[in-house]
Write a protein that binds this ligand. Sequence first.
Ligand SMILES: C[S@@+](CC[C@H](N)C(=O)[O-])C[C@H]1O[C@@H](n2cnc3c(N)ncnc32)[C@H](O)[C@@H]1O
Length: 230
Amino acid sequence: MASEKETDTDRDFDSSELGTKEYWDSAYEKEVENFEDIGDVGEIWFGEETMEKVVDWFEDNEDICKEDTIIDLGSGNGMMCIELRKRGFLHLTGVDYSELAITLSKSVAKSEGFEDIEFVAGDLITEERLNPCTCLTRQYKLVLDKGTYDAISLMPGDSLVARKQYLKTVKDIMRPESWFSITSCNWTKDQLLDFFKEDFQLVKQIPFRTFQFGGQTGSTVTSLVFKLKT
Ligand SMILES: C[S@@+](CC[C@H](N)C(=O)[O-])C[C@H]1O[C@@H](n2cnc3c(N)ncnc32)[C@H](O)[C@@H]1O
């Protein structure tokens, strides 16, 4: 493990509490309360515009139809799935390891009239932590990640093992014709390409903008779309 970490020189940022489940549970506990009290859906990571740009690209993609299955990894408050549902996509799943995120996303979706979106608790990198998550035993046409690989990369200690497990999870839930979209602020395009290059080929970079994450301002959002290598 130690030698593996030594070759993992790509992480040029420190770990943070944003890499812990405790942080997210506590954040979503507050967001559940806020939603109940004042109807605030909470944070949309990297902003609404970034989310809409990702959804725009898939909406305009002729190879993707409204009946295709879509999963959002680390779905948080569920807004990505809700946006997709508003655009007419029908078979949506959001998975997050925080049960409170699932509670929040179900409440937000219900308030929008979209109780047909499936939100499920599941851990992308540890099979033991929660009960087996059946949504991670299925395969999807479209696999989305906005900010979740970033959060996993911030785990205290050696994040490489976790990131490799994440990579395996993503591959396992894809078919040859599937698409994988990752939106990140901690990793540059080159770093993402380097990490995913063995199994994935780049199809498209979605235009980015600047924003705030983990106390740092002015970071750049990188949105890449991949397909599995054939
Ligand atoms: C930066 S937030 C992004 C939330 C949402 N995707 C968005 O764009 O608004 C990261 C999310 O990943 C979830 N997460 C982090 N590690 C995870 C893991 N190992 N398995 C599942 N979800 C995870 C967190 O609970 C949190 O909801």
